[in-house]
Design a protein. Sequence first.
Length: 268
Amino acid sequence: MKRSTDGFTLLELVVVIGMAGALMLLLGSAAANTQPNVRAIQCLAHLRQLTAGWTMYAREYTDRVPNNFPVEETYAEINGRRFGTWACDVMSWTIERSITNVSYLQSGLLGPYLNRDATLYHCASDNYLSPVQIAAGWRGRLRSVSMNACFGPDLPGNGSWLSGRSDWAGSSYRQWLKLGEVLRPSQTFVILDENPDSINDGSFVTHPDNPGYWTDIPAAYHNGGCSLSFADGRAEVHKWHKLPDAAGFDTLGRQDYAWLMTRAVVLY
């Protein structure tokens, strides 16, 4: 009787199934590896939109950039229902209401220029919550980003508007109050991702006279890199030599700090 040659032998089936399994593993690994890149692209898009809103605000207010207040002054704006700073909330590991109150961000100075889209302040790779926040059923904090503390009035009133000198870094350093004052907009950062342990108000401090450690800590959400936007409207991911933390600098940490400092502060 003639044997049929149709179909696969058992050995051939085993080989085909093994190859298919290996291919699925490779495809799954490739898809997983693209996720950080997708999040980085989304984060950069958010920063460009935030910076575009910041620029539109300045153009509408005779070139003046928006207020950029520290913690105490931000709470005063919230409690007084004035919302007179660019990001009117304060992040922490508690369950304080401003951490998840969308209306606070929507009511901040940039809200009208962003179609009141509070999602733009958040990086998709920032999924950090404290145990008490998880226990409360929270799914995330609203804001992942902060603004260069050298931009905008850093206190209410007319102090820094009259001098153009920094209230926090010292009078030897410039507080940029108008877009036209920035001499190198492509090399001056405006907004960046801040480390989840460091972020509080919307102001990112890189103190020029304290080079031994980070004052506020930049994030490293994107494969060891941080998203930043610049005063010319562009955005990029910068890869750190060493993951930023609260410890004192080693050689690599000093290189990272110097890189950011040259894009953050200038002498008056």
